[in-house]
Design a protein around this ligand. Structure first.
Ligand code: HEM
Ligand code: HEM
Length: 414
């Protein structure tokens, strides 16, 4: 029976391999996440430092319990050893270049190791930032190439030479572990992809389900676009936006408190006149960094029974099944993750509107004015009421198919 690596060495080998795969999956996404990535940057840095510590432990274990004797000499044996040295260099180099790049960044974002222990910045000259950043990015590819060689070598021993070398890195002679341990690397990578914001399916901007919606979508976009451009009269230089997103965010995107006095109103044409009303009860939870609109996380909840058009007779009809069906569906919600900039202060968010129990993709437009900790928010949405079953009876024959919802309120952050 062949000698095997110590159990500690085996556990560390597979744990580090899986963590590295996770790091690469998350790392590749960091640059494009903007402010939404704050928590992921912290996680990437914490796990990276964990890999550094585990690798130091692994080197200590190797010293303490020397590895089993080499099975193969010659150039193949030398290549295997060379690749092992390269893999150790990758396991140490990736976290060290990552640490160096955050230590030399223009904006020094503190790292809290798993949210608890502050990680000091390495005393390195600022001029080394480019080198550290380039090295960090390149090392991932060098690591992938070395692992490919390493796995090819392991397979060569297993399939062609059948010398049982692979069992030296597997505890026991368990076939389940022989498959399960390398599979951990794939699990690590997939887990890294799965936790990225936006990896979860956001309400698809699917092609409209029926002809009415299909025609209506572009019309709505144009109409409101014109309105928002008119109110802004200056379009944002697109270059600003892309430049701003690549930096490591200094903090999580701020949460905004809606101030009393705001309004959500609606209006709809009815046989040539306009019926206008508003909702007196609604709440909005808004998280968004105006400079990184992709960070937006918006949830608006409207109490449908609070709708009024200022006419007792019509108000009496609104909660009924022909209109809002408020007894069965007391609230409507609008949820959006991420928004895009369409002008200097103008934004558009694609989300999901749930109204009368029906969920559909819905776009809203809004502008932000003011600066610092206070903003005036105003915007609108054009809602096709028929897919939601709003106005589905005899009294609705004269109602336009589109309802315009407008909102304006002040929002404050801490
Ligand atoms: C365990 C090892 C690590 C691996 C395998 C790894 C891998 C990666 C990869 C593949 C990227 C994307 C690079 C690109 O844009 O091409 C990345 C980005 C990044 N990593 Fe790591 N990383 C590790 C550890 C760390 C550590 C310890 C830190 C900081 C303490 C760190 C900080 C960063 C930062 C800030 C970025 C953002 C991209 C940039 O500004 O260039 N990483 N990482
Ligand atoms: C499916 C993937 C992998 C397989 C099948 C595998 C298999 C093995 C085997 C059988 C050995 C023992 C070689 C010998 O006794 O001569 C070994 C050693 C080693 N593996 Fe892996 N490995 C894999 C992935 C990785 C990854 C991702 C890394 C790190 C980036 C890594 C780093 C190492 C190192 C540094 C050694 C040398 C240990 C020492 O002697 O100090 N391996 N691997």
């Amino acid at each position: 029976m062949q000698q095997r690596y110590s159990l500690a060495a085996i556990i560390l080998h597979w744990a580090i391999a899986a963590l590295l795969a996770f790091q690469i999956a998350v790392g590749w996404a960091l640059g494009s996440l903007g402010a939404r990535g704050f928590a992921l940057f912290q996680l990437h840095k914490s796990i990276g430092i964990t890999v550094l510590l585990l690798t130091l432990l692994r080197i200590a274990v190797r010293w303490w319990k020397p590895r089993p004797a080499k099975l193969e000499g010659g150039w193949q044996g030398a290549l295997a050893s060379g690749v092992h040295v390269g893999l150790y260099a990758f396991m140490l180099g990736a976290p060290l270049t990552g640490w160096a790049l955050v230590s030399t960044a223009k904006v020094k974002v503190p790292t809290l190791f798993f949210g608890v222990i502050p990680l000091p910045h390495l005393p390195l000259p600022m001029a080394s930032h480019g080198l550290a950043e380039g090295g960090h990015s390149l090392l991932a590819w060098i690591g992938i190439a070395l692992v490919a060689l390493h796995v090819a070598g392991a397979l060569r021993h297993h399939v062609m030479m059948r010398d049982g070398l692979i069992w030296r890195m597997v505890p026991g002679r368990s076939t389940a572990l022989l498959i399960g341990l390398p599979a951990l690397i794939l699990v690590g990578f997939l887990l890294g992809r799965a936790i990225l914001p936006g990896a979860a399916p956001v309400a698809p901007q699917a092609p409209a389900a029926n002809a009415v919606e299909a025609e209506d979508v572009p019309a709505e976009d144009n109409a409101v676009e014109a309105a928002s451009n008119a109110s802004d009269n200056a379009a944002a230089p697109a270059a600003n936006e892309t430049a701003a997103v690549a930096e490591e965010p200094a903090g999580p995107p701020p949460a905004w408190m809606v101030q009393p006095g705001g309004k959500i109103g609606f209006s709809v044409g009815n046989s040539g006149e306009t019926i206008s009303g508003s909702f007196s009860k609604w709440t909005a939870k808004i998280v968004m960094d105006p400079d990184h609109p992709d960070s937006a996380d918006i949830k608006v909840t409207i109490d449908m029974a609070s709708a009024s058009v200022g006419d007792a007779y019509k108000d009496g009809m609104l909660p009924g099944d022909e209109f809002f069906g408020s007894a069965a569906h007391p609230t409507a919600t609008f949820l959006a993750k991420g928004a895009e900039k369409t002008g200097a202060n103008a934004y558009r968010a694609h989300g999901t509107l749930t109204l009368k129990g029906v969920a559909k993709p819905q776009a809203i437009r809004f502008t932000l004015s003011g600066s610092g900790k206070t903003r005036k928010v105003s915007g609108s949405a054009s809602i096709a009421r028929l897919p939601f079953g709003v106005g589905n009876g005899d009294s609705s024959t004269g109602l336009d198919p589109k309802v315009t919802v407008t909102f304006n309120f002040d929002a404050k952050t801490q």
